[in-house]
Structures are given as structure tokens and as C-alpha cells.
Ligand binder design. Structure first.
Ligand code: PGA
Length: 249
């Protein structure tokens, strides 16, 4: 999976043009390949319409509420997203965790409401620089997984895509090396295997995020436990994102 995370960028018109240009330049995706566009809420319908009938192209929201419905001004529920045709939602992006105080516990609730309603979460995890420098990233990520995911059944876990995004690599131009990415992706898969068994863990897609670009995507995606990417900055540039889609294993 190549997932574009537009974050709070582009106008509606710019977003529509970007999708038009990407579609023009992208070949048919293979059966196992997926391109996902996580766009700002007001552009969801535009993107759904634009990608209608395109095999393996999907639209994602960048967040959703942990509440079903009601008096939560400014929030967007899973039901609202589904009513405009959305199948994926990014949860627990480090920017949500940092600027909007999203905790592992809150994310567990968001995962529950998604999974109860057939909304597929792209669940983000990953450590800040200080943790990486202290070489305690495995413990940090293991805690994120345990506190947000491990109450789920194996069947529920299989509905989730995991995105490992080291915070020090997001938007910094500083990519984890492919060896660093592989090492922690393998660790994540082993953790999942310890909890849910190898057969289940092997089916989970684990994306890498953090300064993925055309020039490093092939190398990153060639790692055995890197199943694709969650892409911010480079997803806003047509040729970059098309090359990243084409680099999918
Ligand atoms: P970046 O962002 O590709 O700009 O580093 C990735 C992300 O935050 O999802």
C-alpha cells in the first residue's frame, strides 16, 4: 500500500488537479497493490468521485471521532465518513498524538468504533528522536501496540494496516535507513506474532513513513517487512507519488 497523507495542505482545486494528474500517469495497479489518499475532510467526496471505478484506489480520512454521534462540535464520526463512501481512516498519526493529545487509550477507542463498523484503520506508531537516541524505540513502540491494539481479536487485528513512522524522520528529510526500517518492522511483526501467532502477523501490512520519496521508495519497499509507505510531503508532488506507487512490491 502507498498511502498519501496530504495533512492540512492544498485547496480543493489543487487537490483535484493532483488526483487528475496522478491518475493520468499511474498504470493499472496489480491485484495486491493499493493506493490510498488521506485527504482533508472537505475533500473526501471529491476524492471518492474522482477515484470511482479505479481498481485499488481508495480514499481515507485523516482522523475520526471515538464517539458514535452527538454533541461533539467539530468532530467527524465513522458513520459520517461511511456515508460519503470512505473505507479507510488514518489513526494515531504522531501529529495527532502530539498536537491533539491523542493517547494510546483514546486510539484504542477509535480503533474499536472503526472495527465495529467495518472502517479500516491505518494505525500509526513510532518514536520521537530522544527515544531513538536512547535506543529504546522497541520498548516505546511495543507499548503503543500493546495499549492500543492488544485488546482486539485476531480477526479484528487483520483489518488494520500498521504504519511505523519514526517522528524524527517525518517532514525532516531524514529517512530511516532501510536497515533501520527493516529492523523495527521485523520487531513489530514479531511482537504481533507473540500475541496473535505468526500466521496472523504475516498477513498484516506494515507501512513505513517518514520522508519516503521517489529516490528511496524502492530500497525501503524491498525490505521483507516493509509492505509500503505512508507518505506526506512527496505525496503532494505528482511525479514523486507516481514513482512511489510504482515502487510498491
Ligand atoms: P513525510 O510525512 O513523508 O512528509 O515525512 C509522513 C507522514 O507524516 O505521514
Amino acid at each position: 500500500m502507498a498511502a498519501a497523507n496530504w495533512k492540512m495542505n492544498l485547496t480543493l482545486q489543487q487537490g483535484e488537479q493532483l488526483l487528475t494528474d496522478i491518475l493520468l500517469k499511474t498504470n493499472e495497479l496489480k491485484a495486491h497493490q493499493q493506493a490510498v489518499f488521506a485527504v482533508p475532510f472537505p475533500y473526501l467526496s471529491m476524492a471518492v468521485n474522482k477515484l470511482a471505478g479505479k481498481n485499488n484506489f481508495f480514499v481515507a480520512a485523516q482522523n475520526c471521532s471515538n464517539k458514535k454521534s452527538g454533541a461533539y462540535t467539530g468532530e467527524v464520526s465513522v458513520e459520517i465518513l461511511q456515508s460519503v463512501g470512505i473505507e479507510y481512516v488514518v489513526l494515531g498519526h504522531s501529529e495527532r498524538r502530539e498536537y491533539f493529545n491523542e493517547s494510546n487509550q483514546l486510539l484504542a477507542e477509535k480503533l474499536d468504533i472503526c472495527l465495529a463498523n467495518n472502517m479500516k484503520p491505518i494505525f500509526c506508531c513510532g518514536e520521537p528522536l530522544a527515544i531513538r537516541e536512547a535506543n529504546t524505540q522497541n520498548e516505546f513502540v511495543a507499548k503503543q501496540l500493546a495499549e492500543s491494539l492488544y485488546h482486539l481479536s485476531a480477526a479484528q487485528l487483520q483489518e488494520i494496516v500498521i504504519a511505523y513512522e519514526p517522528i524524527w524522520a517525518i517532514g525532516t528529510g531524514k529517512t530511516a535507513t532501510s536497515a533501520q526500517a527493516q529492523e523495527i518492522h521485523a520487531f513489530i511483526r514479531t511482537e504481533l506474532a507473540n500475541k496473535y501467532g505468526t500466521a496472523i502477523a504475516d498477513t498484516i501490512s506494515i507501512l513505513y513513513g517518514g520522508s519516503v520519496k521517489a529516490s528511496n521508495a524502492v530500497e525501503l519497499f524491498s525490505q521483507p517487512d516493509v509492505d509500503g509507505g505512508l507518505v506526506g510531503g512527496a505525496s503532494l508532488i505528482v511525479d514523486e507519488f507516481v514513482a512511489i506507487i510504482n515502487a510498491l512490491p
